[in-house]
Ligand binder design. Structure first.
Ligand code: ST9
Ligand code: ZN
Ligand code: ZN
Length: 317
């Protein structure tokens, strides 16, 4: 298999960056997104209301679709493609890219580009979901307005050479719209309707719209809640926090103080697989020989950092 550039430093925090002084440009609302997101959440609310009447097979299917979309983000767009915290074989990358299209959170290339900018210029105007602009902006608001020009200016300076060299990433980008129609909308709706005669409306509202909306909000909580609430045992100088509720709902992505301190750790946490299904999944892939070079931070490095910059809440203290 062809080896490609499989590490990156484009996600490393840039402490030399200073925001340009002066007022920010006016916020421009993108009404199309406001309307679509409102309709999506209304549909999901309807799905939630009919949830008690849905068959158990459909509920299980919704869970399967949730886990697949979640892994496409956590093990795929996040830990593999944004941070290069492990290496994945071609079959695993194809699986993760397909699961990623089920998650419909922009294509992998765009997601990883925005996420690198988020780490590099965290909580400045160049951060796409700058949490200093408040919970709503960090959660969903940033998808409803034009980006701050600094995000685009800084983002354009990233080379993203490893992503451009990854055939799976570029293939998904080229065929993104079709892949989303098939994976995010068609497959979740078709399966319950075809295989166990669930009504078409229920199949559309529950495993499709409700599952998609829940997975979006679980992801967004990492940007909002995990940048606001929780302890900072590794670095009290930054806002990202350790938040167990987010870790649970985002299958392992809530240990956010650790993650911003050590972004290349494939576990995105100091600990094991508890509340971290993504780590268990990558370990399983490693066991089957589909993942390798899983990067981990040593205990000594963690403890030195805890002592130097932690807020004193680390359980070793
Ligand atoms: C969604 C994404 O939900 C969620 C990401 C969350 C990240 C979470 C991270 C947390 C850690 C991991 C946790 C995982 C947990 C998972 C748990 C799972 C259960 N650099 O974008 P445009 C260029 S998506 C460089 O239109 P506007 C761009 O290339 C939901 N360049 O900006 C373009 O150039 P050109 C569904 C950049 O006009 C130009 O700028 N999707 C950058 O300001 C304009 O780009 C949506 O809702 C950059 N960073 O519009 C769609 N950024 O013209 C949302 C941009 O040359 N997106 N450029 O091609 C949009 O509609 C628009 O992007 C917008 C901004 C309205 C938000
Ligand atoms: Zn963050
Ligand atoms: Zn990250």
């Amino acid at each position: 298999m062809k080896e490609m550039a499989e590490t990156t430093t484009e996600d490393v925090y840039d402490d030399a960056y200073e925001e340009k002084p002066g007022p920010s440009p006016p916020v421009k609302i993108v009404w199309r997104n406001v309307i679509l997101m409102s309709l999506l959440h209304l549909g999901a609310l309807y799905g939630l209301m009919i949830l008690p009447s849905v068959s158990s097979l459909t509920l299980i299917w919704m869970g399967v679709c949730f886990m697949l979309s979640a892994l496409g983000i956590t093990a795929g767009a996040h830990r593999l493609w944004s941070h290069r915290s492990y290496k994945a074989s071609l079959p695993l990358r194809i699986f993760l890219a397909t699961a990623n299209s089920m998650a419909f959170q922009n294509d992998i290339y765009e997601w990883a580009r925005d996420h690198r900018v988020h780490h590099k210029f965290s909580e400045t105007h160049a951060d796409p979901h700058n949490a200093r602009r408040g919970f709503f902006f960090a959660h969903i608001g940033w998808l409803l307005v034009r980006k701050h020009p600094e995000v685009i200016e800084k983002g354009r300076k990233l080379e993203l050479a490893d992503l451009k060299a990854d055939g799976v990433v570029m293939f998904q980008r080229r065929h993104y719209k079709l892949s989303v129609v098939v994976m995010c909308f068609f497959v979740p709706t078709f399966v319950p309707w075809f295989f166990w005669e669930e009504s078409l409306l229920t199949s559309y509202l529950v495993p499709c719209l409700l599952r998609y909306t829940v997975s979006l909000n679980a992801t967004w909580l990492v940007n909002s809640a995990a940048h606001m609430w929780g302890m900072r045992p590794y670095d009290h100088n930054i806002n990202p926090r350790e938040n167990k509720f987010v870790a649970f709902s985002a299958i392992g992505e809530g240990f956010h103080n650790y993650h911003h301190t050590f972004p290349h750790d494939y576990a995105a946490s100091e600990f094991g697989s508890r509340l971290n299904f993504t780590k268990a999944f990558i370990d399983l892939m490693f066991f089957f020989g589909l993942a390798k070079d899983c990067r981990r931070v040593t205990h000594e490095t963690i403890m030195a950092r805890v002592q130097r910059t932690g807020d004193g809440s680390h359980n070793s203290g």
